[in-house]
Design a binder for this molecule. Structure first.
Ligand code: CA
Length: 242
């Protein structure tokens, strides 16, 4: 993970100069170090050769789709990504998050609001780095699930599961509190961040993906139990427990 220096480095991928110029200036004034890329190709080139603390990524670029850029970036990096888009449908939002974006801003956006969200994401990724460094959590096995927080890998009955970043965070959070209910608010705050103001449907969508990957039937769950009006509880069947 990139270290957060005194001036966090931002890769700002945006082809509209009427947006990128004033916002890059605002970012500099606020103590960030933005680099603007006007095309998908330039963004990928910069990301390959430099470390950034966060990426702001426009969805419609002259030479490609921001979602492809997001997918490419995710292939080799854990850098937080905020998608910027004029499209605001729930489907677009979910697709963006599925590709591994951390947040989503609909244009036209208020600069101050975006900067607050950038700060929240940076605080959160910094906190995660400290947390991981301090605790070095050992792998744990519960009900046929083996979770390795350091390697961010999960196996179910010996089969490796391909979890997206947020799916892993969500599962790890539920397992950490196995047997107890974790409220929706706590999950949103810990897995996304306290400034997240997307709909809580995002949580349900991710729970749905996680259940599918765990082959967990929501109507007769083995692992993830819905506690109506409150949140979710992870519990592993006794006979499978180590
Ligand atoms: Ca654009």
């Amino acid at each position: 993970m990139a270290s957060i220096g005194p001036r966090p480095k931002i890769l700002f991928v945006e082809d509209e100069l009427s947006i990128s110029e004033p916002f890059a200036q605002a970012l500099r004034r606020e103590g960030f170090d933005p680099t603007v890329a006007g095309t998908a190709a330039k963004a990928l080139d910069l990301a390959q050769n430099q470390e950034f603390d966060i990426v702001l990524l426009d969805l419609t670029l002259p030479d490609g789709d921001g979602r492809d850029v997001c997918r490419e970036l995710r292939r080799g990096s854990d850098v937080p990504i905020v998608m910027l888009t004029a499209r605001g449908t729930e489907t677009d939002k979910i697709v963006g998050l599925e590709l591994g974006a951390d947040d989503y801003v609909v244009k036209p956006f208020a600069g101050g609001e975006v900067i607050a969200r950038i700060r929240a994401i940076l605080r959160r990724s910094g906190r995660q780095a400290d947390h991981n460094g301090e605790t070095e959590q050992p792998p744990s096995t519960i009900g046929g699930l083996e979770i390795d927080p350091a390697a961010r890998r999960v196996q179910l009955n010996g089969q490796e599961l391909d979890l997206a970043r947020k799916e892993f965070d969500l599962l790890a959070e539920l397992v950490r509190h196995a047997g107890r209910v974790v409220s929706r608010e706590d999950l949103m705050a810990r897995v996304w961040d306290e400034n997240w103001f997307g709909s809580t449907k995002t949580l349900d969508v991710h729970i749905g993906w996680l259940r599918r990957k765990l082959d967990d039937d929501p109507n007769d769950p083995t692992f993830i139990h819905t506690v109506r009006g409150v949140g979710f509880r992870f519990s592993a069947p006794e006979e499978l427990a180590p």
